[in-house]
Ligand binder design. Sequence first.
Ligand SMILES: NC(=O)c1ccc[n+]([C@@H]2O[C@H](COP(=O)([O-])OP(=O)(O)OC[C@H]3O[C@@H](n4cnc5c(N)ncnc54)[C@H](O)[C@@H]3O)[C@@H](O)[C@H]2O)c1
Length: 245
Amino acid sequence: MRFMDRVAIITGAGRGIGKAVARQMSAEGGTVVIADINAERGDATAVDIGGSCFSVRTDISDPSSVAALHHSVAERCGKLDIVINNASLVPYQKWEDITFADWRKILSVDLDGVFLMCKESSNMMRKNSYGRIVNISSNTVMLGTPNLTHYVAAKGGVYAFTRALATELGKYGITVNNICPGLTDTDANWETPHHEAFDLVEGMQALKGRAKPQYHVPSILFLASEESHWVTGSTVVTDAGHTRH
Ligand SMILES: NC(=O)c1ccc[n+]([C@@H]2O[C@H](COP(=O)([O-])OP(=O)(O)OC[C@H]3O[C@@H](n4cnc5c(N)ncnc54)[C@H](O)[C@@H]3O)[C@@H](O)[C@H]2O)c1
């Protein structure tokens, strides 16, 4: 029971990769807070997972919503040990069609949201001189995948921010690491034409098959656990060797 007595916030855990992480962390004893903008989805996932899992409707791009989330966790749980910054908007837009408003919308959730979460969370974690922050970026940062310029820019920001924040927070006993998943079989990809790339991507992977959300869970939970105490500012790429490092 790696997460017994640990309190974790997982953003965007109403479905997809975040939900898979929430389910496994809860099974390993953690108190999991689902922070999703879609309240119905977040609540349903919390009921489905059961145990001490609960949901707080949160918009990570809104400073007051992020502050309210942390206030609620402080009141209900008394502390915060782990944050998985997983919530994100996954667009599909040609460069020629992207307006400044589109750019700001993606950046406000996919990058500003990670900043706002880290700011509030690290303030809580510092009180116990312990913390694990795991940011979910993307292997599109290495690939420069088409129809995603704003998303790739935001995820590249998350990738770099992870390193810089690890430098700042090490003295408080807080680690900050980054996961770059590859293309995965989630609703986000079925709601956009991204799913049309499944076969192409599989062909480029060193390991064959189509990623399911749970394939990323072991790497994320390692970085969220006490076992990763000597790892910070690092990136783990979970993409079956699509990009090789
Ligand atoms: N699925 C992939 O192929 C893939 C590949 C690389 C990286 N990723 C990254 O992995 C993470 C999870 O991806 P997924 O496919 O499971 O996503 P998803 O779209 O299935 O789930 C994301 C969740 O985030 C929530 N959300 C959106 N905006 C929010 C906001 N402002 N505040 C709080 N919650 C918000 C949504 O309601 C949704 O439940 C994302 O960061 C994504 O960029 C995914």
